[in-house]
Design a protein around this ligand. Sequence first.
Ligand code: NDP
Ligand SMILES: N[C@@H](CC=O)C(=O)O
Length: 329
Amino acid sequence: MTLNVALIGFGTVGSAVYRLIHTRREAFKKLIGQEIRITDIVIKDKNKKREIDSFTRITTQIDQVLSNPEIDVVIEAIVGVEPAFSYLSKALEKGLPVITANKVLFAQKGDLLKKLAGKNATTVGYEATVAGGIPIMRTLIDLLHVNRISKVEGVLNGTANFILSDMRTESHSFEEALALAQSLGYAEADPSNDILGTDAFYKLMILCQTIFGQTPAWSEVPVTGIHSISAVDIEVEALRGNRYKLIAEATLNDDGEVEASVKPQLIDNEHPLYGVEGVDNAVTLHTDLLGTLTLKGPGAGGNATASAVFSDLVKCTEFLSISKVKAPV
Ligand SMILES: NC(=O)C1=CN([C@@H]2O[C@H](COP(=O)(O)OP(=O)(O)OC[C@H]3O[C@@H](n4cnc5c(N)ncnc54)[C@H](OP(=O)(O)O)[C@@H]3O)[C@@H](O)[C@H]2O)C=CC1
Ligand SMILES: N[C@@H](CC=O)C(=O)O
């Protein structure tokens, strides 16, 4: 039996997912008991050169792909709300499980996608939308069975953290550090969201929705990026033992409302996020039973994100086998 996957997007994330599936094919077969095949890849520019097997169709036509009855799962890694939302809605309406790495989409339309999935007896995976390779979503789902979480805080943007670390440790300029983050596949094609704090904001909103079942009014959340921190600020503070970190945090207040912010903070070595360096992200959860729990790891880049996408794919195969067993004969 083969699990047929349609992949939307073949940039940093899409191509890393493709490579991961190829290079670990045998291991995956043992793990999930099925061959995995990427049958179709949907892209924007048909003229770009790509290294893809001859049996994989490359197309700009989503409808052609979704009309193939052999497709089992759709993985999406493109940028922005549209056309991603329309593509995934169509897939869900056909009862196909979908997996997305697209946080801009998921922060804005995640609830709608989840409802659509429920209505069509299927599922949506979004592990890769927050904190890259850190398995934060599945950890949260497990924790929330029994714990109450009152606060979440973290470093949620790999590019911003990489730039701040690189400027401090390598004495690179902001522009040099950003160019490096782009060449390593950490920054978005348009890096404004990374630098202005918007990317961390979207991830924080996904966390709030998952943890608290609500988000604050978006327009009331103060969001400040790292653009106003100079090389001199970083150097002077480093000599004092302090580091700048772009910290996103959200707290459930006594009135049951969520208060959130994204802003650079100057922290010393007593702070739990002080040691989060380079492309790493970290998420600290304040819980009633466990106390404080921090997860830390690579927050951006092809391999880290492909790892998160793949964990959703494995979950998806579990879902598919259960739903097949349960399906009426
Ligand atoms: N890079 C990272 O570390 C991480 C990224 N993400 C998210 O994953 C998603 C993909 O990121 P990334 O791979 O870095 O982005 P890239 O810019 O590297 O790649 C984007 C891909 O999307 C394709 N694309 C764009 N528009 C369309 C369209 N209308 N129809 C079909 N395909 C389209 C592009 O096609 P073409 O090749 O033809 O130009 C390209 O293959 C984004 O939402 C990003 O926020 C999430 C976690 C980490
Ligand atoms: N550009 C993002 C990629 C992952 O979400 C980041 O740097 O964190």
